[in-house]
Design a protein around this ligand. Structure first.
Ligand code: F0G
Length: 456
């Protein structure tokens, strides 16, 4: 067991959860066509589907809800939101949106055209889908260490700077913007270093390319910088974050992660021309620019959550809890991406189920087994999420096959995590519990949310 500080809070309200019988779960997963996104949440015992929008709010955030000013334009909570987030990020313009992907759509549809290319360390699936929907290409240029699950490196979310240079040289005319995801969600919640973010910014700016940070988990990333990067340990996480943002021209943030809120997000921008385009589009699709699809009370909960997420005792517990969960799983023989990232433990499915052909969708099959055997909901980040079809209809497998156990913030205790490890232990001892699948239905975009399957 690793040592990490206990929760810097105590529990004041509880929400019952229930483990139904294995027979019930078997029936439920069949009705859901073997897609855990289609299971009613009440039928889930431990929900690791996402760390997004699932945080427990503090008493201070709940109290903030009562101060909601629900005026259409210029509500007082907006000004508090703007002032607080401007202070954290340093951006000139702060525009609320109802969640991250709304920000992605509004910004990218304002600046991208078909044929454009957008480099990143790794695009998250909604970012990629929003870019591809506009006919542009989302290009991942992660360092090689970040692609190897067992490779130990403090900043596996770094951009590959040589590849970035080469990519720009080959495609300069078609790159209107570049981005970095901190922490790198799809690659294991791994952080990028301040030095790498700075160098990325220098390269991009030397070619006149604007730089946007996908900032969902910027507080966790900044905490890793403090703990792991040379010369950063004496600085506050807030200072580090502010420096990180200073290298970019703007950010898109889903406040459902490091905003400790159940809904919300924002776009931060320095450029006046982009601000103008974005606010025009805002009125069309999200709402007036001082509420962005949110109630005044939501703005207040986000503002208070943004401040709480920078608390270093909280971040020490948070990252320690995720790390200790990773150790628990390793202890029962489960290979994971190492070191553990900020928000989740990622199971390396190809090592856990080496005998299962990828055609049988091994990552997805493990999510089904975890639900059926233990009432645990997780998400596949592998073939169903990222696989593409070749011209002959064969699946092109992505380089990764992970199952992500995203840990909601301030929600589960050590005993919940131990229970999950015990379920993994049972599955590890009898891998026949993981049964192969085939897709029977899939939509055009973001297939994993609604695809249907049958067991083979
Ligand atoms: N960028 C990253 C890195 C994300 O992880 C997410 C969401 C988004 C953008 C979109 O934000 O959900 O508020 O629209 N990630 C969630 C997840 C859904 O489970 O990882 P959103």
């Amino acid at each position: 067991m690793i040592d990490f500080p206990a929760e810097p809070y105590r529990i004041k309200t509880v929400e019952p959860i229930r483990l139904n019988s294995r027979d019930d779960r078997d029936r439920i997963i069949r009705v859901a066509k073997f897609n855990v996104f289609k299971i009613p949440a009440e039928d889930v015992y431990i929900d690791f589907l996402t760390d997004s929008g699932t945080s427990a709010m503090s008493d201070n955030q709940w109290a903030g809800l009562l101060t909601g000013d629900e005026s259409y334009a210029g509500c007082r909570n907006y000004f508090h939101f703007e002032e607080t987030i401007r202070d954290i990020t340093g951006f000139k313009h702060i525009i609320p949106v109802h969640q991250g992907r709304a920000g992605e759509h509004i910004l990218y549809s304002s600046i991208l055209k078909p044929g454009d290319k957008v480099p990143s360390n790794t695009h998250f699936d909604t970012t990629r889908a929003n870019i591809e929907f506009l006919g542009a290409e989302a290009v991942d240029l992660l360092i090689d260490e970040g692609k190897r699950p067992d490779c130990i490196h403090p900043f596996k979310g770094n951009m590959n700077l040589e590849k970035l240079e080469a990519f720009i040289k080959a495609n300069r005319a078609n790159i209107p913007v570049a981005t970095m995801t901190v922490t790198n969600n799809t690659g294991g919640g791994q952080p990028a270093s301040l030095e790498n973010i700075k160098k990325t910014s220098e390269i991009l700016h030397s070619h006149g390319i604007p730089f946007i940070i996908d900032a969902c988990r910027y507080a966790e990333n900044s905490y890793f910088i403090k703990m792991r990067e040379n010369g950063q340990d004496k600085r506050s996480v807030r200072e580090i974050a502010r420096e990180m943002f200073s290298y970019s021209d703007g950010c898109i943030m889903s406040a459902k992660k490091d905003g400790l809120a159940n809904i919300g997000g924002f776009i931060g921008l320095n450029r006046d021309d982009w601000h103008e385009m974005v606010t025009n589009k805002m009125t069309l699709v999200e709402g007036f620019r001082t509420y962005g699809g949110l109630a005044g009370r939501d703005l207040e909960a986000i503002t208070r959550g943004m401040v709480e997420a920078l608390d270093e005792e909280y971040l020490a517990h948070r990252t320690g809890q995720v790390k200790s969960f990773g150790e628990l799983l390793k202890g029962v023989g489960v290979p994971i991406i190492e070191p553990t990232g900020g928000h989740a433990v990622f199971v390396d499915v190809l090592s856990f189920l080496p005998d299962m052909p990828r055609e049988l969708l091994s990552g997805w099959a493990l999510t089904v087994a975890l639900y059926r055997e233990g009432g645990i909901r997780t998400v596949e980040i592998g073939t169903v999420m990222f696989g593409k079809y070749a011209k002959d209809g064969k699946m092109i497998f992505p380089p990764i096959e992970y199952v992500r156990l995203a840990v909601p913030r301030r929600v589960y205790t050590e005993s919940h995590l131990k229970y999950v490890a015990s379920v993994f232990k049972r599955i590890g001892a009898n891998k026949k519990m993981v049964r192969g699948l085939r897709i029977t239905y899939e939509p055009k975009f973001l297939r994993h949310f609604s695809a249907e399957f049958e067991e083979v």
